[in-house]
Write a protein that binds this ligand. Structure first.
Ligand SMILES: Nc1nc2c(ncn2[C@@H]2O[C@H](COP(=O)(O)OP(=O)(O)O)[C@@H](O)[C@H]2O)c(=O)[nH]1
Ligand SMILES: [Mg+2]
Length: 385
């Protein structure tokens, strides 16, 4: 619990409780000067508190200017505002985002999924380094709805993208600890806007949680990549037809040493399977590629494929079309989320919900009738059963 105290953001008032809408825990993430965080004593010595430095408040103009100029500290602070659940931070954050929106949208957004251990973070590091060396500006984000429970994040585990995090052209941001997936998704999407306005041209989004987060990340990126390893067996890798159908590219990673031949064989098999599946992106035939995050094998080809994908879909108009669709879906999901929160926080609903649920459990009320009754109560009608 001590840990939590140390990690509480500076702007949380001393007397704020856990439930007042504040992010109560900031993940320590990587030790880097590029995420705008202080090189924390607490992390290296495992003990002492980081020195308390009162941060200067920036004006909205300063935020917008700083982000546009690529000022790492201000970018990180702007993202922290976006990630805050406090209402007053949200107001400022939304104003900043509105001002930045016209400068966003210019990056290619790539989502990367796959089971833990497949090598997503390692690939991002090796591949990201190459892009940065070529002069690209790469932002790496993670989407991990479980991070608020476990306190872990991609950058908290052993792969910390240490080389990449030190590169001047890279910006790495661990997953926001937003609780529900919806919250994490909103924060990640808004973080993407900030990164694009800051001039990052390639956004790599690592999916950390399994299941639902894949669907969410697919809905916020242009290209979706599934990372697999050869020989682990479909069961173990949890390959579902749905995930493959959402993928534009399947990377068979760890194609190095003794494993190279097996990886190439697996690549061939994936190519065959993909051929029979519904393609994820109109006008693009999903394909497989063998790569190694360790040797760098296949990574030039990976970049060529990303460029091909971008060219083909931009030319056909599908690229822009998908983004528009994603934006509208985003609006809808925000509305749904808002309504659901309002519904379950409604006083009458809270009062009668346990009673109605109990009747459903006892078989006195069908689930449908129970739901209808709750909705009636929400609309201000009398409880009448
Ligand atoms: N031999 C080999 N090992 C790799 C490769 N990529 C990742 N690994 C190892 O696989 C493990 C998991 O990698 P990580 O990037 O953390 O996977 P993630 O959970 O998918 O992000 C680590 O021990 C890596 O060193 C690769 O291309 N070849
Ligand atoms: Mg990882």
């Amino acid at each position: 619990m001590d840990d939590k105290q140390v990690n509480r953001p500076e702007w949380v008032p001393e007397n704020a409780g856990e439930s007042e809408g504040f992010t109560t825990n900031v993940m320590s993430g990587i030790e880097s000067l590029h995420d705008g965080s202080y090189k924390s004593d607490a992390q290296s010595s495992g003990g002492g508190k980081r020195p308390f430095v009162k941060r200067r408040e920036y004006s909205i103009d300063e935020y917008v200017k700083g982000v546009r100029e690529g000022d790492i500290t201000i970018i990180a602070r702007a993202i922290t505002l976006v990630e805050s659940n406090a209402e007053k931070h949200q107001e400022i954050a939304q104003e900043i985002l509105t001002r930045l929106l016209p400068y966003s949208g210019n990056a290619v957004r790539i989502g990367i999924t796959g089971v833990p251990g497949a090598g997503k973070s390692s690939l991002i590091e090796t591949f990201g380094m190459r892009l940065c060396d070529k002069g690209h500006k790469v932002a790496v984000l993670a989407v991990d709805p479980s991070s608020s429970v476990t306190g872990g994040s991609i950058l908290g585990d052993k792969t910390r993208m240490e080389r990449l995090s030190r590169h001047k052209n890279a910006f790495i941001r661990p997953s926001p600890s937003g609780g529900a997936l919806g919250g994490v998704a909103r924060k990640s999407r808004e973080t993407m806007i900030i990164c694009e306005a800051a001039g990052y041209d390639t956004l790599l989004v690592e999916t950390v949680g399994v299941g639902q987060s894949e669907v969410t990340v697919r809905s916020m990126v242009d290209m979706f990549i599934l990372v697999q390893i050869a020989g682990a067996g479909d069961e173990l890798q949890g390959i579902k037809k749905g995930v493959m159908e959402r993928s534009d590219l399947i990377i068979v990673n760890k194609a190095d040493g003794n494993n190279k031949v097996r990886a190439e064989t697996a690549k061939g098999e994936f190519d065959r399977i993909l051929h029979f599946l519904q393609p994820s992106t109109e006008g693009w035939e999903s394909r497989a590629l063998a790569c190694s995050a360790v040797s760098g094998y296949g990574l030039d080809e990976l970049w060529d494929m990303i460029k091909d994908f971008e060219n083909i879909t931009r030319t056909s108009g599908f690229f822009a079309h998908r983004r528009q669709k994603q934006n509208i879906e985003w609006v809808h999901s925000l509305v749904t989320e808002y309504l659901s929160r309002m519904f379950f926080n409604n006083d009458s609903v809270r009062r009668y919900k346990p009673i109605i649920e109990n009747r459903v459990l006892n078989g006195q009320l069908s689930p449908t009738k129970g739901a209808m009754e709750l909705l009636r109560i929400f609309e201000g009608k009398e409880f009448n059963i």
